[in-house]
Design a protein around this ligand. Sequence first.
Ligand code: PEP
Length: 252
Amino acid sequence: MRKSIVAGNWKMNKTVAEARELVSKLLSPLMEIIDVERVLCPPFTSLFAVSSMLDGSGIGLGVQNMHWEEKGAFTGEIAPNMVKELCNYVIIGHSERRTYFGETNVTVNKKLHAALKHDLTPIVCVGETLDEYESGRTSEVVLRQINLGFADVDPAIASRIVVAYEPVWAIGTGKASSGENANQVHGQVIRPALSGLFGEENAQAIRIQYGGSVTAANASEFFSQSDIDGALVGGASLKPEEFTSIVKAAVK
Ligand code: PEP
């Protein structure tokens, strides 16, 4: 059985002092939930402080973005080997990166290869906009994101990838998808696409998270579905009790 993975994307929130305070509230409750892979993704500036607090806790640390090059004249960017000094996870192609910072399926693919090369667990986000959803284009959009974003990945290491299905219309809106709708996209679009690229056995091993307005109240609806293997949580990951409840609900 695939072990559930729940990651908290703090987005552009929390100073170092605030990050320390949040982690101090999350640490012991999250440490107890060992049956779920737990990951915190603070902003870059808090990584060092959070990393020392998480040391030995079994809780993973991730970044919300990185560059694919190893070094060079890329002002404002962070390289994979720098990430690897502190983290084991990287979120790639979040819809906010795609919408506001020009991320494309091509850059997603470069970052995915860089993450795998540096032994980071990539959490690759895919998902359709409201317009695409309403015009019945979800499969088409998600398939393109997967086929281009995951191109040329060696099937032998593909099971290390985590996919986050995040319908853009559900992110930060309070309007989550239904569990049934998300499960249908996971099981009938994403997993078959992964199977086509990497073979059925690898596709079955890849975790597919749902993301988009996950809360303590709706988490079980998602985790009870056959093809939902965890969640990428934004807003609710900033609330210690709520995030802990979501992680608890992910225990299989
Ligand atoms: C996210 O940041 O990836 C996300 C899903 O946000 P929220 O849970 O706030 O919708």
